[in-house]
Design a protein around this ligand. Structure first.
Ligand SMILES: [Zn+2]
Length: 204
């Protein structure tokens, strides 16, 4: 693997491309992030491939582009982090039932204008925006920006939640909106064990 930091260790549990970008940083619930899967532009490419936003051919073309223009790639990487901060601000507010700040919403609008500026209207299964011919270094995150706007403008935004045990955000698609953990295998089980140990300690 060429990337210094393997993004495929990330769990894709957001249920939405926008939240999977937010979740490329991990850490405790309600706390500051303590780990980041994105440490440079190569990680952004690996992330794009991992989440299915980029094809192998697109990764190869963008890798060439980034090598020809290292300063541009570094600037694009910084921009990706700004975009992720913006999505984090917007959806962490939404998950807590608050209104995102005007500043965050204005930033999201600007990112969306950039993303759509590189998109074309195309028809696959249905008509929609396509970034297949986007040759800019921000190509990997453009679909995530648009996914964020679509999520925010749909009823699904009412189902955005934060995990009870870590800082991951997810769309709760369960029928009775009862999902509490980013994943049962990780945080759900950890939390169950923690409670079991606490109960036993209480009895002892
Ligand atoms: Zn979690």
């Amino acid at each position: 693997m060429e990337t210094p930091n393997d993004v495929t260790r990330m769990r894709l549990v957001g249920g939405d491309l926008a939240l999977d970008l937010v979740n490329s940083r991990s850490g405790p619930a309600g706390g500051a992030p303590d780990d980041d899967a994105l440490t440079g532009y190569a990680d952004v490419l690996a992330w794009g491939r991992y989440v299915g936003a980029l094809s192998d051919a697109e990764v190869a073309a963008l890798r060439r582009l980034s090598r020809e223009d290292p300063a541009g790639a570094e600037a694009a990487f910084r921009r990706c982090l700004e975009i992720r901060d913006c999505l984090d601000d917007v959806f962490r507010a939404v998950a807590s039932g608050a209104r995102p700040s005007r500043h965050a919403l204005a930033q999201l609008r600007d990112h969306e204008l950039d993303a759509l500026g590189s998109a074309e209207l195309d028809v696959g299964e249905a008509y929609g925006w396509s970034w297949r011919r986007d040759r800019t270094l921000l190509r990997p995150v453009h679909p995530a920006v648009h996914a964020a706007v679509e999520l925010l403008m749909s009823d699904r935004h009412n189902r955005v939640k934060g995990c009870g045990a870590c800082r991951f955000l997810f769309v709760d698609e369960s029928r009775n909106s009862s999902r509490r953990w980013c994943s049962m295998e990780d945080c759900g089980t950890t939390e169950k064990i923690r409670r079991y140990v606490a109960r036993r300690a209480g009895r002892a």
